[in-house]
Ligand binder design. Sequence first.
Ligand code: BGC
Length: 248
Amino acid sequence: MGKAILGIDIGGTGIKGAIVDVKTGEMLTERAKLPTPPPALPSQVTQVVKTLVDQLDYKGNLIGFGFPSIVKDGVCKTASNIDNSWIGTDLNSMFSQALGKQCIVINDADAAGIAELQFGEIGNVKGTVILLTLGTGIGSALFIDGKLVPNTEFGHLKFKESIAEKYTSNKVREVQDLSYKQFGVRLSKYLSHLEHIFSPSYFILGGGVSKKLAKYQKELDLSTPVVAATKLNNAGIIGAAYYAQEAK
Ligand code: BGC
């Protein structure tokens, strides 16, 4: 067995975590999930994270986090689906101080992408791979010959009247009550746009709706193969734990 590291994925609706074997990418505990507190201010979120660490009875000294914003050198730079007060927060320091453990924070989609390339079915392929997480927003991870280009924000590409994540995220599907067919048609238009710009070898879809790929796959009119993340919506947890161990 490899090292057991806690991975935490902070999302717009839920804060999820599990202890991960960072050698195999397997989760050693059930996934614990607590609702993201409204309003999701830094102090409230930190409280929920503390509860999660206690629930999982984690005794290790290192925690990896996936966070839903641009995270540059551990500092939160943007706030699309989180409170604006996060901008400028040194997440690494804040969580480390609050939890008394070393905390390493990266973008949530980058974490999911790292897990997929490390432990997923496609593996570390040559060429360009784009992972998209379809959740409250759309997160992206871009890999070139297995190397991550961090903090891409393809969910924020100008698209239709607004930006892509306001057109084809999972939240948009729910709020607008789109059928899977309608959702697939929208997603196809967005992926075609990315395909034209990047000529990727693969698209990998993460987030809860990746489990339902079979329901909209036939609407995806692309020449690039589209696969669901092997780790589905646990990829963020697994990748955050793995990255922390590598970066510490
Ligand atoms: C944020 C990204 C994040 C994605 C998924 C977007 O709104 O800008 O940084 O990765 O949501 O949570």
